[in-house]
Design a binder for this molecule. Structure first.
Ligand code: ADP
Length: 444
């Protein structure tokens, strides 16, 4: 684009001036124009001192990414002191994109370059010719002119530095304000969090207190039940005994009416004794006073025993009682007495609430558990009552004529829980019920 010869001190100003003009011509920004001019004058001064000057060439080059820039080669006139001149390591190098000594086709040059801004239009061949002509026409100013320009640039640079410093101060102030805001917000949040925490802690304390109260209430209920039942058992047993005595053939003969009344007293007292006993059992189970006696239990033996005792009971002839033989090996770690009590209770209920069909008990071995089920073809239980029948004293309305206390199922469930299992119900009104005791094979 342009060639210049750098030979004497005066030329340094010329090179500097031309450098700035070329930078303007190819569209570099103002700051970059000053940077290029400064870098050029520094390198020119070095080369003049080290090797009697250089030939300076300005060119527009295109980079692989499609953008372009200004490249300036300074070819030294004399030989460069080998390896000692390293412009890339000094402060001057920071003024341009690249600065260094390169050897091209055996010729050593000092090359510097600066990319044009991305929005600048690359001059085409015609524009380059025009630029070259313009540059040739321009009369170079003398050293004084260049000094004046340099001074102006220095003033502008200082001005810019000052305005940047002012801007920085404003920014700092804003930052400080923001910081204060953030700190205030943080403090407020911390306070709110602490308050919430205090609330949660208070809530937990209240919950603890309530559950302690609940525990105490449940314990006193169990104690009360146990005491009352215990106190009732003796007089009720006495009434039964006295009734038996009165009806005894050895005693004075009673009229038919008296015999009927004594019989009534006896059966009422027997019902009462059942209730008292069941209450006592439940109270014991609830207060944790029942300790299972863990042992290897043979389910075949338990099933066999229940088969025997329940067959002996008077069952309606329309109901068949089937107790299946448990699959081998039918061993479970449990408490034989408690387990038999639960199953007997379920069988009793099934027989009580089934008018025809069958009652079947069977044992199934799953991977790690036993499922012992009692299925009947009785009247079934509505789904909304599936949980209620496990509540104390609850009996499905309209079925009370078959007797009972409403304590059997809650007690059975307690016992199963003590044995480490669950008592589940599957039933549909009119289709029968299935109660299943699920127990881990290895005990609780
Ligand atoms: P009880 O049998 O002494 O009334 P339970 O606690 O054993 O008390 O049972 C509660 C209620 O659940 C019974 O009154 C009955 O209404 C219902 N129930 C229990 N087992 C069956 C069953 N196999 N079929 C239908 N209803 C049942």
């Amino acid at each position: 684009m342009l060639h210049l010869a750098l030979r004497v001190e005066q030329d340094i100003f010329l090179v500097r001036q031309r450098g700035r003009e070329v930078a303007v011509a190819v569209g570099l920004e103002h700051q970059d124009q000053v940077r290029i001019a400064t870098a050029l004058s520094e390198v020119a001064r070095d080369l003049l001192a080290a090797c009697d000057g250089a030939d300076v060439t300005f060119a527009v080059v295109t980079y692989p990414d499609g953008r372009f820039g200004l490249q300036i080669d300074l070819a030294p006139v004399g030989p460069l002191p080998a390896g000692t001149y390293q412009p890339q390591s000094g402060a001057v190098a920071r003024l341009v994109d690249a600065l260094g000594v390169t050897t091209l086709d055996g010729v050593t040059v000092v090359r510097m370059s600066r990319r044009a801004p991305s929005n600048a239009a690359q001059p085409n061949a015609q524009r380059l010719t025009e630029l070259r002509a313009e540059l040739e026409r321009a009369v170079p100013g003398d050293a004084l002119d260049e000094l004046a320009t340099q001074n102006q640039q220095l003033i502008a640079a200082l001005d810019e530095v000052r305005s940047q410093r002012d801007e920085l101060a404003v920014l700092n102030e804003e930052l400080q304000e923001t910081n204060q805001g953030v700190m205030a917000l943080y403090n407020q949040l911390t306070e709110e969090l602490e308050e919430t925490n205090r609330g949660v802690v208070a809530l937990y304390a209240e919950l603890d207190e309530k559950s302690a109260q609940l525990r105490a209430a449940s314990e006193s209920k169990s104690r009360f039940l146990a005491n009352v039942s215990h106190e009732l058992r003796a007089p009720v047993t006495a009434i039964i005994g006295l009734g038996r005595l009165l009806a005894d053939e050895g005693s004075d003969p009673l009229t038919a009416e008296q015999t009927r009344q004594v019989e009534w007293i006896r059966s009422s007292a027997a019902d009462l004794l059942t209730l008292v006993n069941e209450l006592l059992d439940l109270a014991k189970a609830e207060s944790g006073r029942i300790e299972p006696a863990w042992a290897e239990v043979d389910l075949r033996a338990v099933f066999g025993q229940l088969r025997g005792t329940l067959r002996a009971l008077a069952t309606p002839s329309e109901v068949a009682l089937v107790v299946e033989e448990p699959p081998h090996p039918a061993v479970i770690r449990s408490d034989e007495v408690l387990l038999a009590q639960v199953l007997r209770n379920l069988l009793h209920n099934a027989l009580k609430f089934t008018e025809r069909g069958e009652v079947r008990m069977r044992a199934k071995r799953r991977e790690d558990r036993w499922e012992l089920s009692v299925t009947d073809t009785g009247m079934g239980i509505a789904p909304e009552l599936h949980e209620r029948i496990f509540e104390e004293f609850y009996q499905v309305p309209g079925r009370t004529r078959v007797g009972g206390t409403g304590l059997g199922l809650p007690y059975a469930r307690r016992l199963v829980t003590l044995l480490g299992g669950t008592l589940e119900l599957c039933s549909e009104p009119g289709r029968g019920s299935r109660f299943t005791v699920v127990l881990p094979t290895g005990g609780a």
